[in-house]
Design a binder for this molecule. Structure first.
Ligand SMILES: [Zn+2]
Ligand SMILES: [Zn+2]
Length: 389
């Protein structure tokens, strides 16, 4: 598309022109280029150009935006439809005695370039426009599944049952009754398209949409399948096996191609979203696992070799060196989660917690006092007693 000309330049007014000046200028130009009057090649284009300029400059808010950002910034904020929305052309054209909507615009090949992004998105959908080439693919579906951490570590195969649109087996998804003749669609004459005319201000825009009767196929059947009433689809359930890879992360989704809803030209996909439930023992951080293990005061003091659980289910040995402090973290390499799509595993990090004995015999208490000294509180009590005597 050619670079847009400046709106002020198009109307031939200065940047500080008043609303009245702008209106007066537009009236003059519209009179000159209105296609009801001017049949020259290019007049229609010119008329569109001045009308757009007027629609923007006659609206204070749009004019300010245009002044501030120019075409580039303006077009980001306003669609072609927005530009004409609210613009008042009626009073101008009523003066002329023109039928301001009926000048027969649109329908031509240039319509797309005028409308650019605006009708395009809505009308074309995701499959592009244009009659028979339009494919009808079924919807994508989502299925949420929760698995325990152990299964995320080992990988697992699950059978699920999903309710979705399946292809009608009577008509093999075609929608036609057996032996039915294929006819040209009576609504669109086989083009698969319908023209919808929309009016904005002084202009008419014709949009081409997909024929609603034949869905853009351009055909209809003499007799439709009685089982699916011509849709080619039915509600049904399917059992699907889902292979969950080891090391899968919480929230990741697996795409099962072609397992979504059926459509005439193919099925959509099924997305299985995996939720890994929280584990009571292991806390996951990426591919590493954290685990807290209690040890006794004696084990911490003298050192020991202890059994710790791992996510694989097997127990592993961890050696505690003498003099270990509580909350020390030991790393067990390669005992964490398998790395997804990769070799190896993360680590297991074991935090040891020293458990203090809850009940001691008098003998044990005495031994502790003897070896580690009595608590300060007991000592001061003793001193007090002593002083009293
Ligand atoms: Zn059918
Ligand atoms: Zn049709």
């Amino acid at each position: 598309m050619a670079t847009k000309r400046d709106y002020y330049e198009i109307l031939g007014v200065g940047k500080s022109a008043s609303r009245d000046e702008i209106k007066k200028k537009y009236r003059e130009l519209a009179l000159q280029f209105h296609p009801d009057r001017n049949k020259d090649a290019g007049a229609e284009e010119k008329f569109k150009e001045i009308s757009e300029a007027y629609a923007v400059l006659s609206d204070d808010e749009k004019r300010t935006t245009y002044d501030q950002y120019g075409h580039a910034g303006f077009d980001q904020r306003y669609s072609q439809e927005d530009i004409f929305r609210g613009a008042n052309f009626e009073d101008i054209f009523r003066e002329f005695g023109f039928n301001f909507g009926g000048s027969g615009f649109g329908g031509g090949g240039d319509f797309d370039s005028i409308l650019g992004s605006f009708f395009g998105q809505q009308m074309r959908g995701r499959r592009g426009r244009g009659g028979r080439s339009r494919a009808e693919i079924g919807n994508d579906l989502r299925y949420d599944m929760e698995i325990p951490l152990e299964e995320a570590a080992s990988g697992v195969s699950k059978k699920i049952e999903i309710a979705h649109q399946i292809s009608c087996d009577e008509c093999k998804g075609k929608g036609a009754a057996p032996g039915s003749k294929v006819l040209t669609c009576s609504a669109c004459g086989g083009s698969g398209q319908q023209q919808v005319v929309k009016r904005m201000g002084p202009m008419q825009f014709a949009t081409i949409t997909t024929c609603s009767r034949c869905n853009g196929n351009g055909i209809q059947f003499e007799k439709v399948c009685s089982s699916c009433r011509g849709s080619g689809k039915k509600r049904g359930t399917s059992k699907i096996s889902v292979d969950i890879p080891s090391g899968v992360h919480d929230g990741s989704s697996l795409r099962l191609s072609g397992q979504g809803d059926s459509g005439r030209d193919g099925a959509g996909d099924l997305y299985v979203v995996i939720h890994v439930s929280e584990d009571e023992r292991f806390e996951r951080n990426g591919d590493d696992l954290y685990l807290e293990v209690p040890i006794t005061f004696t084990q911490a003091s003298l050192g020991d070799e202890i059994d710790v659980p791992t996510i694989s289910g097997a127990h592993a040995k961890l050696s505690i060196p003498p003099g270990t402090q509580s909350h020390t973290v030991f790393k067990m390499r390669g005992q964490g989660m398998p790395r997804l799509n990769n070799y190896g595993k993360g680590d297991q990090l074991v935090r040891v917690i020293i458990e203090t004995p809850k009940s001691l015999s008098d003998e044990q208490k005495e031994a502790l006092r003897k070896h580690f000294g009595a608590p300060a509180k007991e000592q001061s009590r003793k001193e007090k007693k002593f002083g009293f005597f």
